[in-house]
Design a protein around this ligand. Structure first.
Ligand code: GLC
Length: 424
């Protein structure tokens, strides 16, 4: 690092270059992930001599979105840069909250060819302008305890949901004798965005899903009713998922339950892998990953998730913000995120990096999962739709409403949301 940067950094750290010089980055996640982000940002500060304050957000995507929406609606200068869930971008773009970064592509400051083309084109562009870049892609996965399957003579991870229930019932019955809180299967059923992702996977594995065609939303279909009934039955009939599934289970609750040794199967995103394998984790070396099961007549489906980085249109530090975006989207940084957090890079050039492949041998298979992953509807009013659907799905999981009635009501209310926006 040159003398100039040392002096600049020193001046900035001493606050001598004015309050305007630091930029703010909003990012959320598990506590260990946030600590890693802090160290990553430290490297950026050293390299670029630009101070960055990390605004730590929770893990839950809905809470993260709300705190950003409050700042953006008020046209606040901070945060300058933030991570966005793939499902918010259409809304943020349509609200005109994102700074275009198109001119950086035009000037050759960034090469878009290294990213997944379909992701960039469908998600990161709005009316032709580039407004974000992918940091990582997510797809739902099945984690399982290979030691327990072996112990109970189960040869392979389940391919169908029916097989999963069978194995989970058997193992749970035995393991409960020494671990009373043990459950066969944990997944995300609380009333929040994660429930939509889980629903799409169960429904998709049965040939259903959320479809919007020509302004008509289809939710109350036979395929979906069967899928929701199955989700309900996991808790109340087979009793292999805890009662708290519908009240508490988000990503971190499911991960912690599995990591405490209290579950056989877990549905989660790729981030859980490196935490399960971390030193001190009691499931380290005992965990394996498989594709999510399908119903005997269907095919396996993963929900497509992921996080993208963008610059606020209200930022007063856009050039520095761009430096940070470029740093976070770079090969080196995404490699660090993959190696340290197990995140699946938004850049496809990292999927053939020997070091990444050595640490994450499952990546090659995941690339396939991501290519076939099912996106949620890309709509500026997606969040409103999601809120309606979450609410009804969740009440079906508690048993308050039958799956059929829940889906019928969800369809009616969701249609009203669609109509309202189409009429605008
Ligand atoms: C993960 C996914 C995101 C999804 C969220 C749901 O963070 O990357 O796309 O919306 O989980 O909880």
């Amino acid at each position: 690092m040159g003398l100039f940067f040392h002096v600049l950094l020193w001046l900035q750290l001493m606050g001598c270059t004015g309050p305007q010089d630091g930029i703010t980055l909003s990012v959320g996640g598990a506590p260990a992930e946030l600590d890693f982000w802090q160290s990553l940002v430290g490297q950026f500060e050293q390299e670029k001599g630009i101070r960055v304050d990390v605004l730590r957000q929770p893990t839950d995507t809905d809470q993260r979105r709300q705190s950003l929406v409050v700042a953006l609606e008020a046209k606040k200068e901070d945060p300058d840069v933030f991570l966005m869930d793939v499902v918010w971008i259409a809304q943020f773009a349509a609200s005109n909250w994102l700074q275009s970064i198109e001119h950086y592509v035009e000037t050759g400051a960034i090469d878009l060819d290294v990213f997944f083309q379909n992701v960039v084109n469908f998600v990161d562009r709005y009316r032709g302008d580039l407004i974000a870049l992918p940091i990582y892609v997510d797809g739902g996965l099945l984690y399982y305890r290979k030691d327990l399957l072996e112990q109970f003579g189960i040869e392979a991870a389940p391919e169908t949901w029916e097989q999963l229930v069978e194995s989970a019932e058997k193992v749970q019955r035995h393991v409960r004798k020494r671990l009373p809180n043990f459950h066969g299967f944990v997944w995300q059923g609380a009333q929040y965005e994660g429930l939509i992702c889980n629903f799409m996977e169960f429904a998709g594995a049965n040939g259903g899903g959320i479809s919007i065609m020509d302004g008509k939303i289809a939710l109350n279909t036979q395929e979906n009713v069967k899928a929701v009934q199955f989700m309900h039955d996991l808790i109340h009939k087979y009793k292999i998922s805890p009662l708290s599934t519908s009240t508490e289970m988000r990503e971190e609750q499911a991960r912690e339950t599995f990591q405490r040794g209290n579950a056989l199967f877990e549905r989660n995103w790729p981030y859980a892998w490196s935490l399960h394998q971390a030193p001190g984790s009691i499931v380290k070396g005992k965990t394996a990953i498989a594709s999510l099961p399908r119903f005997s007549s269907g095919k396996n489906v993963s929900a497509l998730g992921g996080w993208h980085i963008g610059i606020s249109r209200f930022s007063d530090q856009k050039e520095s913000g761009w430096e940070l975006v470029k740093f976070l989207a770079s090969y080196e940084t995404q490699k660090k995120l993959a190696l340290n957090l197990g995140w699946n890079p938004g850049r496809k050039d990292l999927y053939s990096d020997p070091e990444v492949l050595r640490d994450m041998p499952h990546l090659t298979r995941l690339q396939e999962v991501f290519t076939n992953a099912r996106p949620r509807p890309t709509l500026p009013y997606y969040t409103q739709l999601s809120e309606v659907i979450q609410r009804y799905l969740n009440s079906a999981l508690t048993g308050m409403v039958t799956p059929q009635n829940a889906l019928a009501s969800a369809e009616r209310e969701a249609q009203a949301v669609v109509d309202r926006y189409q009429a605008r």
